[in-house]
Design a protein. Structure first.
Length: 321
């Protein structure tokens, strides 16, 4: 997190822009505010100061004591009360306890504000959680943005979830509203919350991704041609392997072995499987063939009827007597 003073200055720069020709965002007007500053115990604090971080482009506020920086607008009395008037279009003010501890901040547009309470908290808050993608897995490195939702302005910080999709933001000011944004691919979501003195938890869960029916695949890992053809391998799919087939071609004649044992047009032979219907299975086939040179082509079919894409696995084997 940015230090508070740097944060205030960064927000002022964001509001007015960094260009040399930028024009004031708000017309100069009068803001009148009164209220109380409370300590950790919730009791009024005497001697707390209300300070302004002036913006040279939009804020004038000559009422502040500019002999010190940040300039002081008011000091609380014995009842912890303060009041000030600021001739400025968009003043950014902070409450500081006599100990120098920060007790909150606000921005004001022109108008009259009564009973504005600043309070110092004994402990800061935090928020943490996990970002999940559309498959329910942690979204490692998910892009995130954290915003301080200050009325009329916003300070922000960019960060990413860790390798397990987790994130954590500490040192939040209780009672202040914040927003966390997350992006996972084309999906994005925001979560608006008000910090407390305790720890908050919020997970971001992307909507379920539509199922993708992937095509199956496989390999021929073993061939033997000692008196008869023996061929084996494995096949896989994202859901289930329904069938594994092979086509056997006589390389000398160019013809394919038919189911009835003759040679002619292309046909496939169903093999035996070790785990039919499973996402991964072994398979094998044994055939008596005349001596010669043969080519074996593998076809894998999943439970949706999809076949492995070509060029399909191919092995050559010579059958000997």
């Amino acid at each position: 997190m940015l230090g508070f003073q740097r944060l205030c200055l960064a927000v002022v720069l964001v509001v007015v822009g960094l260009g040399a020709t930028a024009s004031p965002t708000y017309a100069v007007d009068t803001v009148t505010v009164s209220g109380v500053v409370l300590g950790h115990d919730g009791q009024p604090v005497q001697g707390a100061t209300i300070e302004v971080v002036p913006d040279p482009d939009t804020d004038d506020c000559p009422e502040a004591d500019h002999s010190q920086s940040p300039a002081v607008l008011a000091t609380t009395d014995a009842a912890g009360r303060y009041s000030f008037t600021c001739t400025a279009g968009f003043p950014w003010v902070t409450a500081i306890l006599p100990s120098g501890e920060f007790a909150g901040w606000r921005t004001f547009q022109p108008g009259v504000y009564d009973d504005v309470v600043f309070r110092a908290y004994a402990t800061r808050g935090s928020i943490s959680g996990t970002v999940y993608d559309g498959h329910g897995a942690p979204a490692a490195g998910a892009e995130m943005m954290f915003v301080w939702d200050v009325p009329g302005a916003g300070a922000y910080d960019y960060f990413t979830a860790d390798d397990a999709g987790r994130y954590r933001i500490d040192r939040l000011y209780p009672g202040v509203r914040y927003t966390v944004y997350v992006n996972v691919g084309d999906w994005g979501e925001e979560y608006v919350f008000t910090a407390t003195e305790g720890d908050l938890t919020h997970d971001f869960v992307a909507p379920s991704a539509p199922p993708v029916d992937k095509v199956p695949g496989g390999a021929i890992t073993g061939v033997s041609g000692d008196r008869r053809l023996k061929v084996s391998g494995w096949a896989y799919d994202d859901t289930a392997v329904a069938k594994v087939k092979v086509a056997i071609r006589n390389r000398a004649t160019g013809r394919w072995l038919r189911l009835n044992g003759s040679w002619g047009r292309y046909q496939r032979h169903v093999v035996r499987m070790t785990k039919p219907g499973e996402p991964r299975t072994g398979w094998w086939l044994t055939r008596r063939l005349p001596p010669g040179s043969y080519g074996i082509s593998l076809v894998v079919v999943d439970d949706s009827g999809n076949r492995n894409v070509g060029p399909r696995p191919w092995r050559s084997i010579r059958v000997r007597r």
